[in-house]
Design a protein around this ligand. Structure first.
Ligand code: AMP
Length: 466
């Protein structure tokens, strides 16, 4: 028997038989690692991307422990968006084909509430839904989770990014403490760790892909003096690198506050979408800049080391050193910010002929032979710059006005609104909130927010740019 065969697991015979009819002959790595502890009832945190087979990993876990004859909610799967919830429910139904009379119900925001109450009255074994709507059902007593035995958070990192933390807390508060809890997440930021500490018991952690090792970072060195531009040789070299690698999110490091702004001005003048981050910004501006960069409505962040300290941004495609870092340890730290979460990252460093000696020092420090490369072709400067996919809308209401992500998502996706998949990250502060929407949906989204209501009130909304 192969170690990766589903038959090596203690799965019910009907589930096993169905897997072969689905053409699932071998376990994927995330299944092979997570199913054994899941099936023994352990809490599990699994890091894995969409496409890794994670749905079947938790799906088989919850189906295997389900008691069909007991007609109450036994498992809850929380997803960040309606699209994902629909996908998960579809996969669960496929996996459950061999179990008769099983009832799987989706409860998502953006759908009419009334019919959901009707479906709940008919009973369900498994609920798949989005946090805002589930919380609403709990508040209105139309859903009870007091006999729940398994909770799954799918794309947990994304749910936290979208600001669902307090909804999750409220939901978890309404379920028994003695239950099995599974987290599936592409990344493993601090927030996940802290929520796991609160709601899980002795979890097993599984990582399918290494989230960060140096082999996922490609390092390149360029002498900027080759850029042929006499007035702005360094920024021209920077533009060439940006045009060549076309990163969706890039962090550019430089040494001074003044430089951050100068570089940003120069990049914006040439059509890039760049923002400066330095230590002198007021908290509100800093928050706004970080929101715009992390929600992908600005593609370049130019920062000093001090300002970038503690910055927690996943999925940076590139880090560019405008100069070699003064401190060699800082260099390693800077480039370690790319290539996270199993993504391939690029780290580029610009230097001058005069700084050659620094390169040799870095070589010694890293124990690595560094060879400089020619800059990308100059013709690239003629091409269109990469534009961000998202845009940021600011709403003049936040936590203090009791606005939650679900309210914003609901307002955007209701009648004549935009699709859930057009909505990106949602950040809520005390007195304002930011929501990212696809560039193509800005007008409709702004209309929905400006003329619709949130928590029964109108709030001003505007598109942040420049
Ligand atoms: P997911 O990561 O859950 O979105 O799954 C990605 C795709 O892989 C889905 O279409 C599943 O139906 C499929 N899949 C999951 N597990 C297996 C398996 N063990 N063998 C073949 N296909 C699978």
């Amino acid at each position: 028997m192969n170690y990766n065969d589903f038959s090596s697991l203690a799965l019910h015979a009907d589930l096993l038989k169905n897997l072969s009819t689905l053409g699932y002959n071998e376990m994927t790595p995330i299944q092979a690692q997570s199913l054994p502890p899941i099936l023994t009832g352990r809490d599990v945190i699994a890091q894995g991307q969409t496409g890794s087979g994670k749905t079947a990993a938790f799906g088989l876990g919850l189906l295997n422990s389900l008691e069909v004859k007991r007609f109450y909610v036994q498992s809850l799967v929380l997803c960040p968006t309606r699209e994902l919830a629909d996908q998960v429910a579809k996969e669960l139904r496929r996996l459950a084909r061999a179990i008769h009379n099983i009832k799987i119900l989706t409860l998502c925001g953006g759908m009419p509430f009334g019919p959901q109450i009707g479906s709940l009255e008919h009973g369900a074994h498994i609920i798949v839904g989005t946090p805002g709507r589930i919380e609403e059902h709990l508040r209105k007593n139309t859903l009870r989770l007091d006999k729940l035995s398994m909770l799954v958070l799918d794309e947990a990192d994304r749910m936290l990014d979208m600001g669902f933390q307090s909804a999750l807390d409220a939901i978890i508060d309404k379920m028994p403490k003695a239950r099995q809890t599974l987290f599936f997440s592409a990344t493993y930021p601090r927030e996940i760790q802290s929520i796991a500490e609160r709601v899980m018991s002795d979890p097993v952690t599984i990582k399918v892909e290494s989230t960060h090792d140096n082999s996922s970072i490609e390092e390149h060195f360029f002498c900027f003096e080759q850029s042929l531009d006499k007035d702005h040789p360094r920024t021209t070299a920077l533009r060439l690198l940006l045009q060549h690698y076309r990163p969706e999110s890039a962090l550019v490091f430089c040494n001074t506050k003044r430089e951050t702004q100068e570089i940003v001005n120069e990049l914006c003048r040439h059509g890039f979408s760049a923002l400066a981050l330095h230590g002198d910004l007021e908290q509100k501006s800093r928050d706004q800049i970080l929101v715009r960069f992390s929600n992908k409505s600005a593609s370049i962040l130019v920062a000093t080391d001090v300002a970038a300290r503690g910055l927690d941004i996943d999925s940076l495609d590139a880090v560019i050193n405008y100069q070699i870092a003064r401190d060699l340890e800082v260099h390693t730290h800077r480039i370690g910010r790319t290539g996270r979460a199993g993504n391939k990252g690029v780290a580029c460093t610009l230097y001058s002929e005069k700084e050659n000696y620094k390169l040799r020092k870095l070589e010694d420090y890293l124990n690595l032979a560094i060879s400089a490369e020619p800059l990308p072709e100059h013709e690239l400067l003629e091409q269109a710059t990469i534009k961000p996919t998202m845009a940021t809308l600011q709403i003049d209401g936040g936590k203090k006005q009791k606005i939650r992500p679900g309210d914003i998502l609901g307002a955007l996706t209701g009648k004549d609104g935009i699709e859930g998949k057009q909505v990106g990250k949602i950040h809520i502060f005390d007195h304002c909130a930011y929501v990212a929407v696809h560039q193509s949906s800005v007008k409709v989204a702004l209309n929905k927010l400006s003329y619709g209501k949130l928590k029964g009130r109108s709030f001003r909304a505007r598109h942040i740019r420049g």
